[in-house]
Design a protein around this ligand. Sequence first.
Ligand code: C2E
Ligand code: CA
Ligand code: CA
Ligand code: CA
Length: 278
Amino acid sequence: AKERGKNNYQFYNSSLHEKNEKKMRIEGKLRKALEHNEFVLYYQPKIELSTNRLVGVEALIRWYNKELGFVSPADFIPIAEELGLIIPIGKWILREACRQCVEWQQLGFKNLSVAVNISPRQFKDPSFIQTVVNILEETGLSPHYLELEITESIMEDIKRSRAILEKLKQVGVKVAIDDFGTGYSSLHYLCHLPINTIKIDKSFVDGIHISAEKVAILQTIIDMGHRLQFEVVAEGIETRSQVDFLVNHSCQVGQGYYFNKPLSVNDFEKWYIAQAFA
Ligand code: C2E
Ligand code: CA
Ligand code: CA
Ligand code: CA
């Protein structure tokens, strides 16, 4: 809890009773949030580190409810997952992100790809592949512009996950392993799965300011990713020295507050136009 900031610290320290109450309040509102149009997507730029060039965006959901105020996805996504609401909400996220990407491409934003977070329950849902295919068709997005971010938890059912990943590869969408290094991943399985990208978790990027051991781990993950022919993306970059370290260790792509926070559609468009003419 200690590394997560004041607000979360309070959340962790509150009694079980308070936590349940908070959860129940979220539950009730969450069931209605889609039909009340309370969700929006924000977009965080992914940057090619050596050139500062935009290579894509990651869609991140935001929820504002009149009574609850802003609720963090870290708080409500796990609840949506538990209640199964992540299936309709996830479908909305995927459709909205693809639609927006096409709109930007039509406005002339070049080579813009979009990454969408997929929660484990969504990934395992029997209709998931068909949903992806339908949304690509509906929105007209070329599959190679879509990247799905999944977590290492898929390794728990390697046979089933492999079958899903093979189908996604046939569809032509890309797949990234998010928060890489924080979960259980058998390297043996990992290197035999049809995955395009590993996203190194922020905790490792933070490590370069902490100790030589952490530096060694980060360096090892980057090297391993390259040797296994994955694209390697670093998340949570906050300082210039992290950028320098990553470039020196040939990590090509990164995201983080050092470049941008996740931006509203409006702010992203303003930023895009400003940097395109800079
Ligand atoms: P994630 O997928 O690992 O997303 C990265 C989180 O780190 C985002 O928080 C982002 O705003 C934040 N972040 C980005 N750069 C920095 C930085 O430099 N420093 C710091 N301290 N934080 C940074 P966010 O948007 O609050 O999302 C939290 C988590 O909620 C996400 O972690 C993801 O697991 C989940 N989530 C968010 N949006 C979605 C979504 O549309 N679908 C699903 N299934 N999950 C989502
Ligand atoms: Ca992510
Ligand atoms: Ca992540
Ligand atoms: Ca993370």
